[in-house]
Design a protein around this ligand. Structure first.
Ligand code: F3S
Length: 64
């Protein structure tokens, strides 16, 4: 499962990092980055929760 952060939409609200710190981390500019190229399906619930809580809709699950 690919996880994508749209950098132009991310405003650094950090809910994603709070919910799934093993998936998301904020970089030096305060923008979320994903920590791996590919995640096991077991990560999906936490990623979907992050998607629901991101105020700027900056997170997507990609087809893989
Ligand atoms: Fe950015 Fe949304 Fe996370 S704004 S820091 S992707 S909660």
């Amino acid at each position: 499962m690919k996880v994508i952060v749209l950098r132009e939409l991310c405003m650094g609200h950090a809910q994603c990092e709070d919910i799934a710190p093993d998936v998301f981390s904020l970089d030096d500019e305060g923008i979320a980055v994903v920590l791996q190229d590919d995640f096991p399906e077991s990560f999906r619930p936490k990623v979907e929760q992050s998607i629901r809580h991101c105020p700027t809709n900056a997170i997507l699950i990609g087809d893989s």
